[in-house]
Every structure is written in structure tokens, then in C-alpha cells.
Design a protein around this ligand. Sequence first.
Ligand SMILES: Cc1cc2nc3c(=O)[nH]c(=O)nc-3n(C[C@H](O)[C@H](O)[C@H](O)COP(=O)(O)O)c2cc1C
Length: 199
Amino acid sequence: MTKVAVIYYSATGHGSSMARRVAAAAEAAGAEVRVRPVAETQTPESFAHNPAWTANYQATKDLPAATGDDIVWADAVIFGSPTRFGSVASQLRAFLDSLGGLWSQGQLADKVYAGFTSTNTPHGGQETTLLTLYVTLMHWGGIIVAPGYTDPLKFVDGNPYGASLLANHDNIDEFDETTYNALDHLARRVVHVADRLGS
Ligand SMILES: Cc1cc2nc3c(=O)[nH]c(=O)nc-3n(C[C@H](O)[C@H](O)[C@H](O)COP(=O)(O)O)c2cc1C
């Protein structure tokens, strides 16, 4: 059974919902799945003024946090992050930057990787976030499985680099059908390619 780790950071909860959706789709495609939030690096006091951030923190803080072992365990990893100034959030960046030891041992290589992101504005840096994430994964010797336009539904969401959401605080728990389709397709494709690689 192909093993998939969904490793994500989310401040205000959209990414947590995206991660759950991706995980469910990967399971439905036959994979064994771990969902792992990346640990928060900000103090709860620093975002106490933000109810969505506080609620997501409280809902996820007791889940097992992502570690390098989750990547070593997995045949495929799907990363998720909000877009911050056109790139991944510093919380995910800090996690990635903690993996030098595993990288030097070649333990991050030869795995399937893909990503999802969200922004507050249309486009808003979604593609640059995924591309900058993928630069790191190339350094690892990862096999990046972009969705491309491999299904008619990708012509609807229009992001060939991954899956992405236009986040507003009204859609933390429920997305539009186009976004669900893109998240499901990303997960299915990752599992399908990892299966074909015989991992
Ligand atoms: C410091 C910072 C930088 C951001 N930069 C962008 C950006 O470049 N483009 C954009 O559309 N939204 C930007 N946003 C909005 C986030 O992308 C949005 O809050 C996020 O996608 C919500 O995801 P989450 O609920 O999983 O945290 C930024 C937010 C913060 C706090």
C-alpha cells in the first residue's frame, strides 16, 4: 500500500481543511495516509486578536506535529502552506530547513511530491508559492508530480502546478466544487504515480 504524508501549515484553518480533503482523497485512492500539521512557531498571545488563527491553533495543537520521520516513512508527500508574500509560510520553511540531516543521507530523495496553497486574493502568488516549494523538493531529488492539465477539471481551476484556494474567512470549512475537484485530483494523481513507481 502506498504511504502518503500530508504535511501542512495553516494559520487560520483553510489549509487544515484542504489537508483533510487531500488526505480523504488519497485514502479513497487506496493509500495509507498520515496528516501532520507543522508546529506553530508564533506564541498564541501573538495571534490572540485573530479568532480564526486561535481556533485553528486550538483544534490542531494536540495532533502529532510533522517530523522528518513522516517523510522518511512516506512514499509520497503532499505539502500545504498559505501563501505569504508569494512564498510558503515561515512555519513550513522552518520545518523544511530542519531536514538537512535527512537530506544529507539521501532520505528525502526518490519520493513523489506535490503541493497545495491558498491566498486571500485571486492568484495572489499561488503559483510562485508552489514553484518555490518545488525548488526545495528538487534539491532533495524529489519526483515532483504536478497535476498539469491531465484531467478536464484542471481546465476549470487552471492551476497546473498544484491545487489552490482563494481563501476568505467564510470558507474555512467548505469550499467550492472546483477547489474540491482540484484537491481530489492532486491526491489521486500522487497516489497513482507513486503506485506506478512501485513504492
Ligand atoms: C504575512 C502574510 C502574507 C500574506 N501574503 C499573501 C500574498 O502574497 N498573497 C495573498 O493573496 N494573500 C496573502 N496572505 C493571505 C494568506 O495567504 C491567507 O491568509 C491564507 O491563505 C489563509 O490560509 P490559512 O487559513 O491556511 O492560514 C498573506 C497573509 C499573511 C499573514
